[in-house]
Design a protein around this ligand. Structure first.
Ligand code: SIN
Ligand code: FE2
Length: 216
């Protein structure tokens, strides 16, 4: 394949604008997914998935972990970022270079050239797991975007508006897709519909989502 053909192919997979400030980059992380998955395994060996409690005391159906200087946690006291894993009391594992590089590259492709995340929230969905509509608003600086990488089984992403009452669009996210939202879209309501059954060669019966944030 010539360089020109390669470029044309990448553009064809290209960027889909969802709203001002929000872009879906289809297949953006597909080629490096095996590398990401290997790096993820060593992160999870240090800080395994767990089901956190909501402030209301409900066990979340999505299992979570974190890497980077800060990790997002939820418990009876509320939502917050913490420098330590509340289970082990150790600092979260450092963010693998491959994670940080991909997040920066995706943010740049979406028009946010200076993104340097300090947190990667790792979400694992098994069939039936879901994430209710919410805003990401525990971060300090809303000028920084959110970069969300999908691996494994496909999911229906709910992409709403700036108010909870706005009916969300339903977008199918597949292995390797990356969604970036920032700017005017930074505080959009979003969520994930209950995951359907399936098997994926890389992740088995799961969908993994890496959500990169600049929290502090
Ligand atoms: C999130 O909002 O933290 C996760 C979104 C997703 O799993 O696609
Ligand atoms: Fe979110």
């Amino acid at each position: 394949m010539s360089g020109g053909d390669l470029l044309a192919g990448m553009q064809a997979r290209g960027a889909e604008t969802l709203a001002e400030g929000a872009v879906l980059l289809r297949g953006f992380a597909a080629d490096e997914a095996p590398d990401l998955s290997r790096a993820l395994e060593s992160v999870l060996a240090a800080t395994p998935f767990r089901h956190m409690l909501t402030p209301g005391g409900h066990r979340m159906s999505v299992a979570m972990s974190n890497c980077g200087r800060l990790g997002w946690v939820s418990d009876r006291r509320g939502y917050r970022y913490d420098e330590r894993d509340p289970e082990s009391h150790l600092p979260w594992p450092p963010m693998p270079d491959a994670f940080a590089a991909l997040a920066a590259r995706a943010a740049k492709a979406a028009g946010f050239p200076a993104f340097a995340p300090d947190c990667c929230l790792i979400n694992r969905y098994h069939p039936g797991a879901r994430l209710a509509l919410h805003q990401d608003r525990d971060e300090r600086d809303f000028a920084q975007p959110i970069v969300s990488v999908s691996l494994g089984l496909p999911a229906t992403f709910l992409f709403g508006g700036l108010t909870r009452s706005e009916h969300p669009r339903r977008l199918r996210l597949e292995h390797g897709d990356v969604v970036v939202w920032g700017g005017a879209a930074r505080l959009v309501f979003h969520g994930v519909a209950p995951l359907a059954q399936g098997e994926h060669p890389l992740t088995g019966s799961a969908r993994i989502n890496l959500t990169f944030r600049k929290a502090a």
